[in-house]
Ligand binder design. Structure first.
Ligand code: LMR
Length: 392
């Protein structure tokens, strides 16, 4: 039977990690997969995580099973950061742990499908795995344009998508630090989106994978909170992989918001059943470490300081790239200072992206996406010179 299988192309983004690793040039630059790097190009374990892990080693007394919902201590401790002080909205929100943000998006889409969704509206370009997940679930994709040519979020496109959505549709929105464009909706645009969703029968899926890496921890979820205030129901996919640097430990959560508190048990029972049939229960370690941090004032402060350092470093790189706008005209570098998070898209052709790789050992996604955090004082000049070379 296995002979029936057709070879699949490797995931392009993950394949880039390997290509970069195999390149022997010492001045190579990795702007591919979305991991944070320090000014020295490292991706260290957060000190707050090290502290929490030490406590787990010393104090964890069992590795017996939890349920499909995972570590609810972690899920509940994270919720106020996402939703604010009334984190359950009067008993209307409940979460569960998932294997990373991918697990959360997958479960969100599967739950929507179980509830009757047939189609997903989402802005493109998007995180490539969104489309792969929808394809795998055989949900129909209804893409709309995320950003205009002038580098702003395309409000008309999202409002039109919402207006056309039916009771068998979901609308997926990135909460902040849009992947791959870095272009987020403004506060005013979020209000318009919230109004439109309030008048739509579609179920919103809100994907938050980069809280704290854009404008600040609270600022990055202000748009999502405005939406949740206006609408009766939503599912929220959340990732701690980036803002706790836990990538390979796969730390995520799915939060579900019901119209009325007494509907929540039915909704979460469906999510639990879907999780049980997929991964049974999420990996524990990372979620447990985040729980330890968030229940301890000193570790929480350490985490917030580390997160803010990351955020400010990426803002600094964005400013430096924006300042180079005149050196490489036509790429819209000036706009990068107004964008958020790890990513930006540069309008390079396939050949130019290939030249960046072959001539300059600079690795970026085939879409022209760069990981801002891959740049630092030691390589940003080389990067700008390389851009000038391949576009000149
Ligand atoms: C990325 O977009 O680079 C990250 O979200 C990593 C991933 O899983 O694709």
């Amino acid at each position: 039977m296995l002979n029936n299988l057709k070879a699949q192309a490797p995931d392009a983004l993950l394949a880039l990690i390997k290509l970069h690793a195999e390149d022997e040039r010492s001045d190579k630059i990795d702007l591919g997969v979305g991991v944070y790097r320090t000014g020295d190009g490292d991706t260290p374990v957060f000190a707050a995580i090290k502290g929490a892990e030490q406590r787990l080693v010393d104090q964890q007394d069992s590795k017996s099973y939890l349920g499909p919902e995972g570590d609810m201590g972690f899920v509940n401790a994270m919720a106020p950061y996402v939703f604010g002080s009334d984190a359950t909205k009067g008993g209307r929100i409940q979460g569960m742990q998932t294997p990373g943000g991918t697990g959360a998006v997958r479960l969100a889409a599967a739950l929507a499908q179980a509830a009757g969704a047939k189609r997903v509206h989402f802005g493109v370009p998007s995180w490539p795995n969104h489309a792969q997940i929808f394809d795998d679930l055989e949900l129909e994709k209804a893409p709309f344009t995320h950003a205009t040519d002038s580098g702003e979020a395309d409000l008309d496109a999202v409002l039109n998508a919402i207006a056309s959505a039916t009771a068998e549709d979901t609308v997926l929105l990135h909460g902040c630090c849009h992947n791959p464009t870095g272009i987020d909706y403004t506060a005013e645009q979020w209000v318009a989106i919230a109004d439109a969703l309030a008048n739509s029968p579609a179920l919103p899926i809100l994907d938050i994978a980069y809280q704290g890496l854009g404008r600040g921890l609270e600022e990055d979820v202000a748009g999502v909170r405005a939406v949740l205030k206006a609408i009766p129901q939503a599912v929220i996919a959340y990732s701690c992989d980036k803002n706790f640097g836990m990538y390979r430990d796969r730390v995520g959560a799915l939060y579900m918001m019901a119209e009325k508190p007494d509907q929540l048990a039915t909704i979460t029972s469906n999510a639990n059943a879907l999780a049980r049939a997929s991964w049974s229960m999420p990996p524990d370690h990372g979620g447990a470490a985040v729980r330890v941090i968030l229940r301890d004032a000193d570790l929480t402060k350490l985490w917030l300081d580390e997160l803010e350092t990351m955020r400010l470093r990426m803002r600094d790189v964005r400013e430096q790239l924006a300042a180079a706008d005149n050196a490489v005209p036509g790429l819209g570098l000036a706009g990068l200072a107004d964008q958020n998070g790890l990513f930006a898209i540069l309008p390079l052709s396939k050949d130019q992206i290939q030249d960046m790789r072959s001539k300059h050992a600079i690795y970026m996604a085939g879409s022209g996406r760069i990981n801002i955090a891959g740049l630092h004082d030691g390589n940003i000049e080389k990067f700008i010179n390389a851009l000038a070379d391949v576009t000149g």
